[in-house]
Design a protein around this ligand. Sequence first.
Ligand SMILES: Cc1cc2nc3c(=O)[nH]c(=O)nc-3n(C[C@H](O)[C@H](O)[C@H](O)COP(=O)(O)OP(=O)(O)OC[C@H]3O[C@@H](n4cnc5c(N)ncnc54)[C@H](O)[C@@H]3O)c2cc1C
Length: 341
Amino acid sequence: METRTKNITKTDIAVIGAGPVGLFMVFEAGFLGYKCAVIDSLPHIGGQLSALYPEKPIYDIPGYPSVLAGDIVEKLAEQGEPFDPQYILGNPVSELTEQKDGSFIVGTATDEIHCKVVIIAAGMGVFTPRRPPLENLADYENTSVFYSVQKKAQFEGKSIVIAGGGDSAVDWAVELANSAKHIHVIHRRNSFRAAEETVRQMRELEAACKVTVHAPAQLSELHGKDGQLEQVVIADLEGNKTELEADNLLCFFGMSPALGPINDWNIDLAGKKIAVEASTMQTTRPGILAIGDITDYPGKLDLILTGFAEGAIAAKTAQGIIDPDKKFKLVYTTSKGVPAA
Ligand SMILES: Cc1cc2nc3c(=O)[nH]c(=O)nc-3n(C[C@H](O)[C@H](O)[C@H](O)COP(=O)(O)OP(=O)(O)OC[C@H]3O[C@@H](n4cnc5c(N)ncnc54)[C@H](O)[C@@H]3O)c2cc1C
């Protein structure tokens, strides 16, 4: 029987999740002198920011009145670079084993990360987009059918069908309307679960004939050839069908995130999140901390800036675990500086 050997990495801290919060953890841990390996199931860093809205501006990152999500990811990676993190991407963490000495082995299909502390920054968990139940969907996925917008320019001059009724669907309808040939928005209800202001903007674009809203309606068939979509057929509640010219279909039915293996790690959960003690970011299992969207505690806000602060607290807790005899001293970056990248 063939036995595959795994790549072995030895590090101080294994950070599960390379979203913005996991990326900033590299800095906070590094500043205290600890190395991180950051593992993500996605093939790229950035978590939700890269997977869901890389080209959308964020307005509540302190010090940046407006910054594109993709640019924040780049800057976070740059900020962590002096601390020489190891990124292990493209496979979910599936195993976590505690050693006799209290250290851990975190495992993916290809890698084993030996570490003293585990920090779970897994956001919504391993997320995969919800797919519409269309017969030949797979023929068009990643060529004409997408579940996120990675490059806006790709959709310039295109006829686009956007399916969904939440923030992502409405945001992208508004965002792409001026550069696309035409946008059809398909939603199975008449009302949208999106920010009022953005829905208003979408309705304005509808009045200007840049967007057509079909609601209530749902996707029925896809037609095209060699992965290139040509038509999307939609159906109303009575089953009446309408053919729409379409180069692309963007489906925003949300993600179905799954805690997956985290469920089996003997950590107390709060619903689909991990219960932590907010003053330490410690989970109910010693040596395993959690930060970012995955956490729950009284007053928790699922915001990037909250996650950054949690990273600073987690670094302090990690120091207490790795170097229990060392007294934590808050040092300003302005006093100590950081190593050159
Ligand atoms: C459309 C949209 C707009 C938003 N706008 C804002 C905004 O303006 N301001 C703001 O503050 N927040 C905003 N948010 C929320 C923000 O994106 C989240 O708060 C942030 O991404 C949380 O970061 P995180 O690092 O905790 O988790 P995530 O970004 O979710 O990253 C978690 C990572 O962990 C990985 N992962 C999970 N489980 C595993 C596993 N078992 N093994 C390996 N990897 C794993 C996932 O693949 C993912 O990459 C927005 C969210 C959306 C969807």
